[in-house]
Every structure is written in structure tokens, then in C-alpha cells.
Ligand binder design. Structure first.
Ligand code: ADP
Ligand code: ZN
Ligand code: MG
Length: 476
């Protein structure tokens, strides 16, 4: 016990790409198709003699991912056959990329990226129908991107697990921003595999295992954590030799990893270039400079801009980065308010109040930015109380309108004019002489009681800040 072990993690993440058609045929790529075996043809069913034709859009998607992570786009690229037998791979091989991936290098969320390549997805096996299995080929041949990271060594298991799941989240966000994949983990559109090892020495890797079936960010984090703890325990018990190169699954119910099979190595697959597919010079086929210029604003750029322009909390920034539509609305509001303090207030109202309403009720709609900005300004200068602001907000998310008009109609406007309030304040002091004396003799709390009395008298329409200032002046 007490000895330090260094965890190392390398990630392999698959994402189904959003394209009209499949990777090598014209069948529809529709992840939501419920009817089995409708998006099929001789090519994706592997009929003899059928010839694959590369989907240019899929290649373009992978290039854009490569540009976004600042990787190197290959000049020369080719597709290879990865040979293995399984019922979900009817050709007996999967078309993938081996020696010449589309993208090499790059960086994202604390990991160096080794490569990003393109392959085809497999069919789906249905083993849950009794004592037989069915195969649905709708997914066979769907374009699949695979991103592989370099092994990354951490100081401790917790940091390793957190960073691994954070990487997956960041990649999902990036894929969304680029519009290249829906990357829904529950639907299997994004699949995370974690390679995990532990070593007593920082400069030397231990034997790795690969953990599969990670269907959410949470399970990714937990599985990495579990597996690292298991390995560290074996080391501590002097049983490090029992760690073998293998593929393990994550059992969501048991919250445990379990051994699936011994790991095959790449020579088992007998990779060779697919003779049916032409080789490509990507620089000739794509205008990479132009593609780079046309990338949208990426999450890291958006974070930077929000930090620079709006001075809001990091949690708020994350909220908008993860919900770009709401972020856009916030930007519109900020553009009207033009004042960092007001913008901060607006952001608080959006994230705690508006988002709360929207979460509780699907019929809640985003009010016009002008109206929201007006609400914030009125609250900021004290024309309405924060209570009234919440009430008006609840109204305009149902039926949009001008907060000023609503405040006038519903008598929500606060009396903020000292002249107007002075009389009531004096009257309150006169009718509560003992409390006024208490305050004068140093009981600060007595003041809040008087403010309460004023609010009561005015049925909540007095601006409490102004009332407080007047009391302070009159009781000096
Ligand atoms: P293999 O030949 O077994 O496929 P690779 O070298 O291609 O292994 O690496 C596959 C993945 O495993 C990569 O993401 C890589 O970063 C990761 N990896 C390699 N060695 C280790 C290790 N010792 N510990 C954790 N991850 C590792
Ligand atoms: Zn097809
Ligand atoms: Mg490998």
C-alpha cells in the first residue's frame, strides 16, 4: 500500500456519420429506420461482384474533423480490407483504413490524437428473440469514423477517468458543431472504447486491456475508474502478472468490467488495400484551405469569445456552448443590453429562471430578445421587483409581450421616486417610534422591519432599496 501507480488511457471512439447514403452504396443512411432490412442492396449485402463506390461526403466529414482538431490531412489515402468472420460482416471483411488514414495527429481536450479514419459500420445482430438470432442490415455499410488517441498518462485514477469521459463529451460536442454526426451514445451512434493500463513507473506502460460497451459518459468514467482500481489492486497484491491483454466489457447492471476475449492483434486481420476502391490524393479532390476557412465557430472558440465579450461565469458559458440555440438568444439579448452588469443579470435569469420554466413545461417558448432585455433592464434599475420579474417572465414565455406594458397593466411598477415614497416612509417611522429608536441605538435589524412595513403599506409596489435609503437618511 501507499505506492503510486500511474494510469495510462488511450481512447478509440467510433461515430456514425450523418450522410444521405451509405459509405459505399446509394442505400439510405437512416439511423431511425425501425423496419429491419429495408435500406439494403447487393453492395451492402455483399452479393458477389457488387462494387463499392466511396461516399465523398463521408470523406469530407472526416477531413473537417481533422481540420477542427488541427491534425494533418493525408495527401495520399486508401481503403483496406480488415478480414474477420462474424455474421454481421457479410463480406468476411470490413472496409477500413490501415496504413493511410485520412487524418494523422491533432489535439483535443487534453489528449493527443493519433489518427482519424473512415470505415463502414457492421450489421446489427438481434440475439434477444429466443433460441435463434436475427440480423438487420440497415446499418451495414453506414459510414463510420474512428478516432484513436495516443496513450495519455495521468497522476491518478480519478483524473484519468474524468479526463477520458470529458474527452468523449468534447468530441461529441465537436461533431455536433461540425454537423457530421448525431453522436447519440444511447443510440450507439457514438461508441467509446477505453484502453487502460497501470504502471509503477511513469515512463513505462503496463499491459493494457480494452474496455467496450460504454454507452454513456457516466459509464465511460465509471468503467475506467473500476478497471484502474482493479489493476492497481492486482499490483498491490503482487498479482500484476494476472493482468493480460484482453477485451473486457462493462456490465452496466453490476457496474463491473468482465473478461470477454483475448485481444487479437492487427496481423490477425490480414489487412490489405481493397483492390476495388481507387486510391485518393485528398489535396487534389478537396480545397482544404477553403474547407478550413469555412469551419464553423468551434466550442473552444465560442468559449473564448464568450469569456472575452460577456464576463459571465464559466458554468454559464458551458451552458450556452452545450445549447447553442439558447446561446444565440443570449447573445442577442447581450447585444441589446450592452452593459456587463446587466448582461450578467440576464444570464442569471436565463439559466436559473427561463431554463427552469422550459424544463418544467414543453410549451414554454423563447420570448423575443427585446422583451427579455426590457425585463432585465426594468429589474436592474428597480422599476420592478425581482418577484414581479419572475411573474412577468412566466407570462411572456407563454404569450410573448412587452414587460413594460404588462407591468403597467398589472400594477407591477415599483415606486422608485424618493419624493413619492418619502411621505409613506415618514408615516411608518411615526407609527413605529420604538422600532425607530431601536435602530438609532444600533439595532440594524430594526431597519428591515420598517422596510417590511413600507412594503406592506404599498402592497409591494415600493422599491425596497429606495425605501431603505430613505429610512437611513431620515433616521440619521
Ligand atoms: P493495438 O495494436 O493493440 O490495437 P495500438 O497501439 O494500436 O494497440 O493502440 C490502440 C489504443 O490503445 C490507442 O488508443 C493507444 O493510445 C492505446 N494504448 C496503447 N498502449 C496503451 C497502454 N499501455 N495503456 C493504455 N492505452 C494504450
Ligand atoms: Zn446498400
Ligand atoms: Mg491498433
Amino acid at each position: 500500500m501507499g505506492k503510486k501507480y500511474y494510469p495510462t488511457i488511450g481512447l478509440e471512439i467510433h461515430a456514425e456519420l450523418s450522410t444521405e447514403s451509405k459509405m459505399f452504396c446509394t442505400c439510405r443512411n437512416n439511423p431511425d429506420e425501425k423496419e429491419p432490412n429495408v435500406n439494403v442492396c447487393p453492395i451492402c449485402l455483399a452479393h458477389p461482384g457488387a462494387l463499392p463506390v466511396v461516399n465523398k461526403k463521408a470523406v469530407e466529414h472526416v477531413i473537417r474533423v481533422g481540420l477542427a482538431v488541427e491534425g494533418k490531412i493525408a495527401d495520399f489515402t486508401e481503403f483496406d480490407r480488415k478480414n474477420y468472420f462474424y455474421p454481421d460482416i457479410p463480406k468476411g471483411y470490413q472496409i477500413s483504413q490501415y496504413k493511410y488514414p485520412i487524418v494523422s495527429g491533432g489535439r483535443l481536450a487534453g489528449f493527443d490524437i493519433t489518427r482519424v479514419h473512415l470505415e463502414e459500420d457492421t450489421a446489427t445482430n438481434k440475439h434477444d428473440r429466443g433460441n435463434f438470432s436475427l440480423i438487420d442490415f440497415n446499418r451495414a455499410g453506414v459510414p463510420l469514423m474512428e478516432l484513436v488517441t495516443e496513450p495519455n498518462t495521468f497522476e491518478n485514477a480519478e483524473e484519468a477517468a474524468k479526463t477520458a469521459s470529458f474527452f468523449a463529451k468534447e468530441l461529441q460536442l465537436l461533431l455536433w458543431y461540425l454537423g457530421v454526426s448525431e453522436a447519440n451514445m444511447e443510440k450507439g451512434e457514438m461508441r467509446v472504447e477505453a484502453n487502460i493500463s497501470v504502471s509503477p513507473e511513469k515512463s513505462k506502460f503496463g499491459t493494457k486491456v480494452e474496455v467496450k460497451n460504454l454507452n454513456s459518459f457516466r459509464s465511460a468514467e465509471r468503467a475506467v475508474r473500476y478497471e484502474l482500481d482493479r489493476m492497481i489492486k492486482l499490483h498491490e497484491e503482487g498479482k500484476a502478472k494476472e493482468i493480460t491483454q484482453e477485451t473486457r466489457g462493462w456490465d452496466e447492471g453490476m457496474q463491473k468490467t468482465f473478461s470477454q476475449r483475448k485481444k487479437e492483434s492487427s496481423h490477425d486481420y490480414r489487412y490489405f488495400p481493397d483492390p476495388d476502391i481507387p486510391k485518393f490524393k485528398l489535396h487534389e479532390l478537396f480545397d482544404l484551405e477553403k474547407m478550413k476557412k469555412k469551419l464553423p465557430e468551434l466550442p473552444r472558440m465560442k468559449r473564448e469569445r464568450y469569456r472575452r465579450d460577456f464576463g459571465i461565469k464559466n458554468e454559464d458559458i458551458e451552458f450556452y456552448v452545450n445549447d447553442p440555440a439558447l446561446g444565440k438568444w443570449f447573445e442577442e439579448i447581450a447585444g441589446i443590453l450592452m452593459d456587463k452588469k446587466k448582461i450578467k443579470m440576464a444570464s442569471n435569469y436565463i439559466i436559473s429562471d427561463f431554463a427552469g420554466l422550459a424544463k418544467a413545461d414543453v410549451s414554454v417558448k423563447v420570448p423575443a430578445a427585446e422583451n427579455f432585455a426590457e425585463l432585465v433592464t426594468m429589474t436592474f434599475v428597480g422599476e420592478i421587483s425581482s418577484r414581479a420579474a419572475k411573474d412577468i417572465l412566466a407570462m411572456i414565455v407563454k404569450e410573448d409581450g412587452s414587460p413594460r406594458k404588462i407591468a403597467e397593466e398589472k400594477n407591477f411598477l415599483q415606486k422608485s421616486d424618493p419624493e413619492e415614497l418619502k411621505e409613506i416612509v415618514q408615516e411608518t417611522i411615526n407609527t413605529n417610534p420604538k422600532i425607530a429608536a431601536d435602530y438609532k441605538s444600533g439595532k440594524r435589524n430594526a431597519l428591515m422591519f420598517l422596510v417590511g412595513q413600507i412594503m406592506k403599506k404599498t402592497k409591494g409596489s415600493a422599491n425596497p432599496e429606495i425605501a431603505k435609503q430613505l429610512l437611513e437618511n431620515l433616521l440619521k
